[in-house]
Design a protein around this ligand. Sequence first.
Ligand code: ADP
Ligand code: MG
Length: 699
Amino acid sequence: MATISLYSIGVEKLRGVGPLMAGKLHKLGLLSVQDLLFHLPLRYIDRTKITAIGGVQPLTEVVIEGEVRASDIVFGRRRSLVCRVQDHSGLITLRFFHFNQAQQQSLQPGTTVRCFGEVRRGKSGLEMYHPEYQLLNQAQPPALAETLTPIYPVTEGITQQRIRDLCGQALKQLERHSIKDWLPAELSSHHSNYSLVEALNLLHNPPPGTALNLLAEGEHPAQQRLASEELVAHHLSLLRLRQKIQRQAAPSLKPNQAAAERFLEQLPFTLTAAQQRVASEISTDINQPIPMLRLVQGDVGSGKTVVAALAAVQAIANGMQAALMAPTEILAEQHRVNFATWLAPLGIRIAWLTGKLKGKAREVQLAAIADGSAQIVIGTHALFQDGVVFHNLGLTIIDEQHRFGVHQRLALRKKGAVIDADTEGSTPHQLIMTATPIPRTLAMSAYADLDCSVIDELPPGRKPIETVVLNELRRNDVIQRVRASCQDGRQAYWVCTLIEESDVLEAQAAEATAQELQLLLSELSIGLIHGRLKPKEKVQIMQAFKAGEINLLVATTVIEVGVDVPNASLMIIENAERLGLSQLHQLRGRVGRGSQSSHCVLLYSAPLSGNGAARLKIMRETNDGFKIAEKDLEIRGPGEVLGTRQTGDMQLRIADLQRDAHMLPEVKRIAIKLLHDYPDNVDPLVIRWLGHSEQYGQA
Ligand code: ADP
Ligand code: MG
């Protein structure tokens, strides 16, 4: 057998592919014959058999054959051509809204037709709208399809017919050149008995009798064979990325007992057992001369920040700098305040950098970062922009990682490695903290490049938040409740939400709500915070709220992440049905941080959709972020849970993280084994599945 790799045969070598078509195929990521083979159908239709009209089911696609009994133009709301077709078993209606005279004439009573289309329940019983049809010449009926017909993902200018033909040509090439199975036999048999070649042939060309229902569910063994391989490829790409980073050197940051003790002594609390455990995992990691890549998961309020601060203290005690990046200005500011309080007794100097910082002030901070007089730098994305040069960065901490995708994570890592002037060739350790827990399957797949620590315990004395779900017709009652609570010396949040992702509209809605509430609650001091305010204004308002000068803070979802004001014990969320579970959980986590019991009121406007009702019910039933994360995954699916930015990273062709979750432990085992025992198979396997968009390797 020839040893030509199908990967090296370009699509332009195929019959009928000129430069124009090649361009379109390239747009779909299809460069080679191998790419075509792994361009798998989205679904299948069955045109291999004729279904008796009496036996057709609504919402299925079938081929029927029968005699036209009547054919009329009907003038209803829309002019349409209606034909009644009958076979020995029953009668069905064909309905055409667009038709020409020739069509009308050809479908005269007495003609025999074969039709293909979706059956629906219509006015006159079962109907087909705009079926494909052929007039039959009794003597020689055309042949039926021999195999199930695949429907492929396509783009403009490529018809199904065309792509089917190209995939057919690719299968012919497969016969001649074969394809290398990069999964050694000992590893590949686990999820199915199909060989790679058998699986590809079946999926492009399923023989008659292939279980359509299994195919439709993605449960066919041939699909499972490829799905497990695809998951292995994704896993490998992340493991390899990790391996590449860990081949670089990192500063070994020795544990410093004295510094750690001084830091812990001045905290107003002692660490929970879970915090201590995670802190020591981190401490051990950063003591190694290879870069730490660690994710800290913990529920809202579990106390991740202080664990990060302890790691920063260890870096600084070793004469290195630490950087802490937060996703929003508000959160960055809050970290700055906390770290200033915690680190001042240790004499640690802090620099501050956000995008909004300009001019002289910025110059001063940049100089301190560059000459090393700043020992810890706190800020937003601005930390990793060009022009920021660290003196000797030893540890990067990214807070609330949940909002960043793999690619952004990579960009940050690259920055961390490149911008560092003094420690040429050395990579900082990295600590990433999630806002809310990540469902286990997603953590195992999308975060396979990271080690994971879990803070699975809340600080003592927290009272669970009690959540109620109310129709917004009860708004007045809720307002009275806010009044009572604030008169008791507590504080409250009122969160306004909008569907549109518009800062401006959201700010307007919040402003209107604040005005309305101020009229109704004139004795309260009401503050307003939203994304359109200047950073300085936001900071002032948050400080006033923290100081208790503001009773009720009307806010947009800018307060979603991380904001920490323990005296606030009541939260109202308007239009809660519009928000996703993890966002609701994150918002709700702004209360329940003090010692008094806290409440959360989820207002909704009726009628609730099924999903909306399900989400609110879960919120009412549990405060456990790990449970909520799993439910979120069930309801929304992995793409949504990971966030739009991350969906691109995990675009799977045939695997489905939810459906195939049971494979993940095995996938992980296989990936590690390949990396160790068959390193030469890794690259080709990753290219096969992640194609040419694979960027992980360059990190
Ligand atoms: P998150 O994990 O959501 O980022 P934070 O780090 O903001 O949580 O911590 C939430 C609050 O709990 C903060 O006010 C923090 O000071 C406090 N905290 C952290 N650890 C403890 C602890 N061990 N005991 C008591 N309070 C703690
Ligand atoms: Mg936090």
